[in-house]
Design a protein around this ligand. Sequence first.
Ligand code: F6P
Ligand code: MG
Length: 442
Amino acid sequence: LMACPPPLSAKDEKSFAYETIKDRLPLIVTRIVDFLARHRSGIAKQYGEVGENECKSCIGAMDKLRYEIARDKSILLLNDYHTDDLQIWNECLQKEMDQGKVISWFQSSWLLVECYMYRKIAEAFYSTKHLQHIDPFFELKQHTFYASMGAINVLLAQLNVDIEQNIDVVNNKSTIEQQFYNYMEISLWGNQCDLSLSGGAHSSQEHDPFHQITELKSHILINHATSVFNYLLDQQAYLLNFDVSVDFVLDNAGFELLTDLCLADFLISKRLCSRITLYLKCLPWFVSDATKSDFTWLLEQLSNTSADPAWQAAAKRWQQYIQNGQWIVQTHRFFTLPYDYSKMQQISPELYSVMSESKLIIFKGDLNYRKLVGDLRWPVNERFETALRGFQPTSFVVLRTCKADVQLELDLKLVQQVAKLDPRWMVNGKWAVIQAHFKKDT
Ligand code: F6P
Ligand code: MG
């Protein structure tokens, strides 16, 4: 067995992990306190004194969490009841503790403690009677969606045209190929809109997405889109007699989710695949990750009778895909555990085997990339496959704007050039990769 590098950790004061745990995570917790304070009287009106006290206890829990992060306190087992992921979370934490390790915010692995923070926030809400289902990030997510209105209009209008046109891979392969790259790149750059990088400040899409992808081409450091397109063509879903399923492991709600659904719509309508499973999160996660209710909310906005006709047309198609089983909307606990993907087969074997049956997985976003490569301190020119440490349920591609100090399989000369142009290229979300791994027979 080869030795893996150590995990990214705030131990290294020059790292983005350090910056995150020192500055960004406390800010995110503070915003939850603000959220609760703003809603306190509304909650009191709706749920009386019990509700108001629960609101206060959540504020107390957030203050405590902020204090514990700042003081690098050790992390304790979780303690809420009736949640089906509690045991598996605590087993994971216990395993670390059994190795004699104290888990603490600045000393342990960044991935573990950052995931823990979101689960710890959920614990505070789960422990109440009336506030269990409150997502403290929902206002932010909804607000930023509407802040991207202009881009949404342009995108959906063009999508409808492309889909209604009678062009397919048989009669005009090169046009379909070009459109495939467009929707893939729009979905890629949609990943810039996550709210955890900005500490929850609004980050919306203000540009015409079709212009934007042209301007940003040179910022894609690895681009395997052509291989992905050819791979999908090889599956021959367009011959109609093959069942070709694709999974999306989605990331952020709002504009990014919309761009992902545009890509999913394109793949289905042009018969590049026949079925798509969309994986959403079970709990509020990394501020802006999409939950099932974010997904439902998005569809409601689009299908609203007062919405733009282009929105309604898209919504109508998407609702049909759901009704006739071409789109399957799913959640799975594994995606909100602190485990990286190399552990999926062991921790969630049923998920691993279901995902193995699809032809392609599209992983969205930075966190998924970190989890694929274990969030370890790999040299930037190390092979992607090595960093995957055996994870290959099927072929997959990651669409990621870079927001963490880990990246695989880059040419060192290119790294030098980019670093000169932009010293923060690894973490500021302005650079991206479309990085694929095609399953090899074992
Ligand atoms: O670095 C910014 C950050 O908060 C990382 O901690 C995390 O990996 C990422 O943002 C979340 O981004 P995404 O939504 O793309 O997964
Ligand atoms: Mg996210």
